[in-house]
Design a protein around this ligand. Structure first.
Ligand code: G3H
Ligand code: 13P
Ligand code: ZN
Length: 348
């Protein structure tokens, strides 16, 4: 079985009223953990790689690992997606590698750090739609900017600047019509990484959840009920993993994520793709730190990578159940890029 176009996974999720986790990967253990979780929960899944991940894995290794994943689990619909493509060339490279979906993040310029104008965003996103659809490849675009910069991705906007860059629902309608994209990433106050809230309870000093503009998602869904929305920066940063990391020698004070009920509310209002990277990083780090601290004599990588893979799998299983994709792997016949190509051609 081949990789499926992401568009099919999103269309089916909309039909079934659930969301699908899009999990970032850099290595074999992450891919295996996702596939084990998908098999256990019978879930369709989106696996995504950033430009950094492609560089780290030297492109061909990631491609071959993904081929192994779909060969081993033919019953699982899997889409392979480029996360935060910074221009048509990055998207073209991913399409040539066999990705079935690309993100053209035209909300920022090519450096990935400076907000683009609306016109620049429309133009570059449209260009990628024209490039990708003839291959049957799905396109995600982004309108508005996320906060933060801690992983090198993002404009480094402060909390107040971020408020000015939230997705405008009226502009969203125009953006979708002008670009012809398949999925719209929205900015509602999330940011990448493990520190999504600087808000402290004045009485207890405890970190409070970040303020999210969920009403923007509600408004966009009311205007465009068939538009598939994407939530970036959606790791929940489980406090038990942060505590475990800190207990075993790490230093992550104030790490805090997106509460799962907020994501579930988004799913009720048209969010179909939920991007999660940080939670997997936390799980891997916590498990490895535990082995290194409790068994300092260990030096065989399998002794710490096996528990790391298992801990990531537990996170993926939990997210698949919470987002609702669990149980939907065999609801539909898997499409190919050739099938999708015909659909796009008929719509043109
Ligand atoms: O966009 C953010 C993702 O977490 C990917 O991060 O660029 O460090 O691979 P990365
Ligand atoms: P997190 O850092 O919250 O996992 O977000 C990942 C993401 O949005 C990847 O595009
Ligand atoms: Zn992102």
């Amino acid at each position: 079985m081949a990789l499926v176009p992401m568009r099919q996974i999103l269309d089916e999720a909309a039909r079934g009223g659930y969301g699908v986790g899009a999990f970032n990967v850099n290595n074999m253990e992450q891919i295996q953990a996702i596939m084990e979780a998908a098999v256990e929960t019978h879930s369709p899944v989106i696996i995504q790689a950033s430009r950094g991940a492609l560089q780290y894995s030297k492109l061909i290794y990631l491609k071959k690992l993904m081929e192994a994943a779909v060969e081993e689990c033919p019953q699982i619909p899997v889409a392979l997606h480029l996360d935060h493509g910074n221009g048509p060339e990055a998207c073209r490279t991913a399409i040539e590698l066999g990705f079935t979906s690309v993100m053209m993040d035209g909300s920022l310029d090519e450096t990935g750090k400076v907000p683009n104008s609306y016109e620049q965003n429309v133009s570059v996103t449209r260009q990628v739609v024209e490039l990708a659809h003839p291959f049957g490849v799905t396109v995600e675009g982004e309108l508005g900017c996320l906060g933060g910069i801690e992983d090198g991705q993002g404009a480094g906007l402060s909390d107040s600047e971020m408020q000015e860059h939230l997705t405008d629902p009226v502009q969203a309608e125009d953006f979708v019509a002008k670009t012809g994209l398949d999925a719209l990433a929205v900015a509602i106050g999330t940011s990448h990484g493990a520190y999504k809230s600087g808000i402290k309870d004045p009485k207890t000093g405890k970190i409070l959840p970040p303020k999210l503009a969920m009403e923007r998602i509600h408004q966009i869904h009311a205007k465009m009920p068939t538009c598939h929305m994407v939530m970036h920066g959606s790791s929940s940063v489980p406090q038990e993993l942060v505590e475990m990391i800190n207990k075993y020698g790490g230093r992550m004070p104030g790490a805090f994520g997106i509460p799962l009920p907020e994501i579930q509310d988004g799913i009720k209002h048209g969010v179909r793709k939920i991007n999660v990277d940080t939670d997997s990083r936390l799980a891997m780090t916590a498990a490895i730190r535990k082995v290194f601290t409790e068994q300092p004599e260990k030096f065989d990588p399998r002794d710490y990578l096996r528990p790391a893979r298992e801990m990531m799998k537990q996170v993926y299983v939990a997210r698949m159940k919470t987002f609702g994709q669990a149980g939907h792997a065999t609801d539909y016949r898997q499409m190919t890029l050739a099938d999708m190509k015909e659909i796009y051609a008929a719509q043109a």
